[in-house]
Design a protein around this ligand. Sequence first.
Ligand SMILES: N[C@@H](CCC(=O)N[C@@H](CS)C(=O)NCC(=O)O)C(=O)O
Length: 285
Amino acid sequence: MVQLVDSDIRTREVLGWQGVHVLHFVGSSCSQKLRIFLNLKKIPWQSHPIDLPSNENMQPRFLGINPRGLVPVLVHDGAVHIESNDIIQYLEERFPTPRLIPAGHEKVVAALLKHEDDLHLDLRTLSFRFVFAPPGPPKPAAALESYIVNGSGTVQGAKDHEKQVQIEFWQRAAREGFTDAQARASALKFRVEFDGLDKTLAKQPYLMGGHLSVLDIAWLIYEHRLSLAGYPFERLHPHVHAWAERLRAMPEFAKEVTQLRHSAEQVDRIRRAQAGKTLATIAGF
Ligand SMILES: N[C@@H](CCC(=O)N[C@@H](CS)C(=O)NCC(=O)O)C(=O)O
């Protein structure tokens, strides 16, 4: 569990926040995952929106709360928790009903969620290439500079290496954009994952058997974002597609995943930026 320690936190006001507070962004995949979990659990929470497109997460105030500069963040009775999967596992312990991690399976679920999180930068690559497709560098130099110098830079009292991973990701994006080769490599990783999930879902309604679990939430979020990027789920993984359609129809999911809609102008701009290429053609799907 990643609960921050006192020396990590510079924005001291959050230490006085009582109850469940979530700092999040409407269109962030990890925030969507946490909000669906909160909806299913019916946990009351106070919302603190953080505007990622204007890089609010790279400004001193937010870095003073999460030195890693990522959403979502949970503040529960003055304790600051980061990393969406750790937040979910923490809340599952505190709010056990309805169960979304089957009793006795905590360790295996933790390992499977870690595996899912390890693909997050691949999801980000495909999102920035095919869904957001910003015309310039995804993070302006001033925002990145603020990210580099602000915040404690520590997590649980130790220098945070994850911050360096983020810096390198954005610096490389500024230099090279999101290339065909990167997009192909990321898409192929997801193909392997979803081939496996498709076999599982051919036999059972949910990823862990007969009941909905946090794994369904986590993978639905990936499926949803990749669908927006043009990943051909219905053709390649029909059982995943049918499962995702069922989940998306549930109000606890629908509320969180139907918001990301581009205007006609944005769709047109993104299509032109791709010069006729799609995720499927680039990946050879
Ligand atoms: N492993 C982290 C990943 C969090 C993450 O990367 N969040 C993204 C949004 S989905 C973010 O805050 N990005 C910052 C940015 O785009 O500047 C988690 O699960 O919480």
